[in-house]
Design a protein around this ligand. Structure first.
Ligand code: ZN
Length: 297
């Protein structure tokens, strides 16, 4: 049974766990799935009926979210710090990183929200996106909430790096793996070439990014075939790029190294070392640590 079918059944039976962890590659639709599930939980019908007051309020939030008018739905603290996104629906909030990380003030604000009774729906829902960007204090605070889940509420966490979450958080949640999309599906949705769709790892957002940023693809392709000095120059070029580009570069490098390892093209030990360092760099990047692309021993 796929994750969608499973969640549909759980909604129909009204047996949604108090805490859910949706994990899987970036861009495979975790966010969309989590939002639709939230609408369903708040409405009481699987994925939402789209007609009741709850669904209408929720959909108006969704439109603002998709339209990018985040200012209208940003909820700020008294000091003007960004806490979470909230639209007309009084029983739903969306936590996204404030900058590179999810901060402890944000988790505290979520706790305050959960302390209130639901107003419009029977349940309250908190959706935490990019859970891997939670700083350790935020994760510890969240863990306390998960240990004593508030009555009548559901917390949904999405992440593309489950290993960056505390084991204790993982084990307090019902874990669901969201599968990558098939190459053909990515091609169709992202409108990209076969090569890009294949490199996307089943992720629509990554496919779109690859199409937009051909230069990164070019740099990653060159890296493995280059001498150390040239490699150094490529890394310098990547360091000057934005977070998304650097992440994409590391992802591609990992992919190409694995491929060449399979084909026996790379020196085994060297390739393994490189893979290790790519992994370290990637998780540092996801934790919001400034990357100095330490891909050399
Ligand atoms: Zn409804």
């Amino acid at each position: 049974m796929g994750v969608r079918d499973f969640l549909e059944k759980a909604q129909r039976l009204n047996r949604i766990p108090n805490a859910l962890l949706l994990y899987g590659e970036e861009g495979v639709g975790k966010s969309t799935l989590a939002l639709e599930l939230s609408r369903g939980i708040l409405c009481g019908k699987p994925w939402g009926c789209n007609n009741c007051k709850s669904c209408k309020s929720f959909n108006s939030f969704l439109n603002k979210l998709k339209g990018g008018s985040l200012k209208e739905i940003s909820y700020l603290s008294e000091e003007g710090k960004f806490l979470y996104l909230m639209g007309e629906h009084p029983d739903f909030i969306l936590l996204i990183p404030d900058g590179a990380t999810l901060k402890i003030e944000q988790v505290r604000a979520m706790e305050e929200f959960l302390d209130l009774r639901p107003v419009l729906s029977k349940k309250k829902v908190v959706l935490i996106e990019k859970g891997e960007r939670m700083e350790p204090p935020s994760q510890n605070a969240l863990l306390k909430t998960l240990e004593e889940p508030p009555f009548n509420s559901t917390i949904i966490i999405t992440t593309s790096r489950r290993e960056n979450l505390l084991k204790t958080i993982q084990s307090r949640c019902f874990n669901l793996y969201v599968e990558p999309l098939k190459v053909e599906k990515v091609k169709e949705i992202a409108k990209v070439s076969q090569e890009v769709a294949e490199l996307s790892g089943g992720s629509v957002s990554r496919a779109k990014l690859l199409k937009e940023r051909e230069e990164v693809l070019h740099l990653a392709k060159n890296f493995l075939n280059s001498e150390p000095f040239k490699r150094y120059e490529i890394l310098k070029a990547v360091e000057g790029k934005d977070l998304e580009d650097r992440e994409l570069f590391l992802y591609l490098l990992e992919l190409f190294t694995l491929k060449s390892l399979k084909e026996g093209g790379e020196d085994y030990e060297e390739a393994l070392n490189l893979l290790n360092r790519i992994g370290e760099n990637l998780s540092a990047l996801k934790r919001g640590v400034k990357l100095s692309l330490s891909l050399f021993p």
